[in-house]
Design a protein around this ligand. Structure first.
Ligand code: NIG
Ligand code: FE
Length: 421
């Protein structure tokens, strides 16, 4: 095992109040030791243990990688015209999802994969080291299973969203039966979670309940698109069934807030959607004051949220949702980890927490982090290795050739991403 000591971190977010100041557990002039890409030690530089390699962070800030708990990356096509229409005053209804379904069904596996690679790279460059990826633009047995198979090449946090909308040529109750039956059976081998768009125009409370219960029986964890476009039963259903997260939470009654408070269900807020659809933002302060665990995520998708950037979502949330910068950083790291029920990411407490280091200068959380993991070139005749930023999340799927042994950019494989030498 190779270890790296990083010294002279001007400001370090641990998300552990026992290790530093406030809920972020902030430490000044800190040092960390990373072993095999995971945090092994944290403290003052003077007390740091020996390590194989040493780096001076030159006063930069460090924090856990962002955890994006809500993203729709498997899609094809473009819906920029919808954005123009919305900016001209049209409301967002979710109806454009069917446009993306048609384009996604017509796309090849390679085209869908290349789109995930593009967005995943974009997100990683901006500090996202854990990401959830949903299906939901296939809406047939074969296309949903294909979407999840591709998603599973990039993350363990895969979500079956066959209940996104009812396809144009299907009758709703009949379609729900399929989602709960044949489609679920084909998709569950590739999925960790099941999700449903519980909203007027998509699935009502009873249909949503059927989908979630069937998913749970198949061994999947639950998540719900809830109360995005108007008040509805989504949040209450999520809490009642013990879902890991209720996502959007834009239109909440006092009863919804009370239900979330004290429950194990995280309110995942997605300000990129309100920004891209010019809708009212959810009120993070109201939730935080009621003791609700809040996560921030991108909702990256081709129709309602055109961003893969967690830093942008943090900035939007602070500007528009009555949340402080510190609370927003917490929601984008530890909050996201809670929303995915992961205790090995997003905070320091776990001895195996993966760590990210700010890539650029600055003494506070302003620039995108890049994860640090030593990589060895996969070519047997090459002995290069590097601490350079890792470009893939899963070493099992990410190519490991260095750029001296591999072309860059690669023109033959959409998943190829050699690290720089
Ligand atoms: O989370 N609300 C439902 N699903 C996505 C939107 C998808 C789309 O418009 O393509 C969302 O905003
Ligand atoms: Fe979504």
């Amino acid at each position: 095992m190779v270890s790296l000591l990083v010294t002279n971190l001007g400001e370090l977010v641990t998300n552990d109040p026992t290790l530093g100041d406030g809920p972020l557990g902030l430490r000044r002039d800190a040092a960390i030791v990373i072993e095999d890409g995971r945090v092994a030690w944290i403290g003052d530089a003077a007390a740091a243990p020996a390590a194989d390699e040493r780096r001076d962070a030159e006063g930069r800030a460090g924090l856990p990688g962002f955890v994006d708990s809500h993203a729709h990356l498997v899609f094809a096509g473009d819906r920029a015209a919808e954005f123009a229409a919305r900016m001209a005053g049209e409301p967002y209804t979710g109806g454009g999802i069917r446009t993306t379904v048609a384009a996604t069904r017509a796309a090849s596996d390679d085209a869908l994969r290349a789109n995930v690679v593009r967005l995943r790279r974009e997100a990683l460059r901006q500090g996202t080291t854990t990401i959830e990826i949903k299906s939901g633009y296939g809406l047939s047995v074969a296309d949903e299973a294909r979407s999840l198979r591709i998603a599973a090449e990039f993350t363990d946090e895969t979500t079956f969203l066959g209940a996104h909308v009812v396809p144009a040529d299907r009758e709703p109750d009949d379609y729900v039966k399929d989602v709960c039956g044949e489609m679920l059976a084909a998709c569950s081998p590739y999925a960790k979670w099941v999700d449903v768009f519980c909203e007027r125009g998509a699935f009502d409370g009873e249909q949503s309940r059927a989908v979630l219960i069937a998913g749970r029986k198949a061994g999947l964890g639950l998540r719900v698109h809830a109360n995005q476009l108007g008040p509805g039963p989504g949040v209450q259903l999520a809490v009642e069934l013990g879902a890991a997260s209720a996502d959007h939470c834009t239109h909440l009654t006092d009863q919804d807030v009370a239900a979330l408070s004290g429950s194990g269900t995280v309110a995942a807020l997605l300000p990129g959607a309100e920004f891209s659809t010019r809708s009212p933002y959810p009120d993070a302060r109201r939730l935080l004051d009621a003791g609700v665990t809040v996560a921030l995520a991108t909702d990256c998708n081709p129709g309602s949220s055109y961003t893969s950037s967690m830093p942008f979502c943090i900035a939007l949330a602070v500007r528009e949702m009555r949340i402080t910068p510190a609370e927003a950083v917490h929601a984008a790291t530890a909050g996201g980890a809670r929303a995915l029920r992961r205790d090995d990411v997003g905070r320091r407490r776990s001895p195996t927490a993966p760590w990210s280091q700010w890539a650029k200068a600055g003494r506070s959380a302003r620039t995108a982090p890049a994860s640090v993991r030593r990589r060895r070139c996969s070519r047997p005749d090459c002995d290069r290795s590097s601490w350079r930023p890792r470009r893939g999340w899963r070493s099992s799927t990410a190519p490991t050739a260095c750029s001296a042994c591999c072309c860059w950019p690669c023109t033959t494989s959409p998943t190829c991403s050699p690290w720089p030498t």
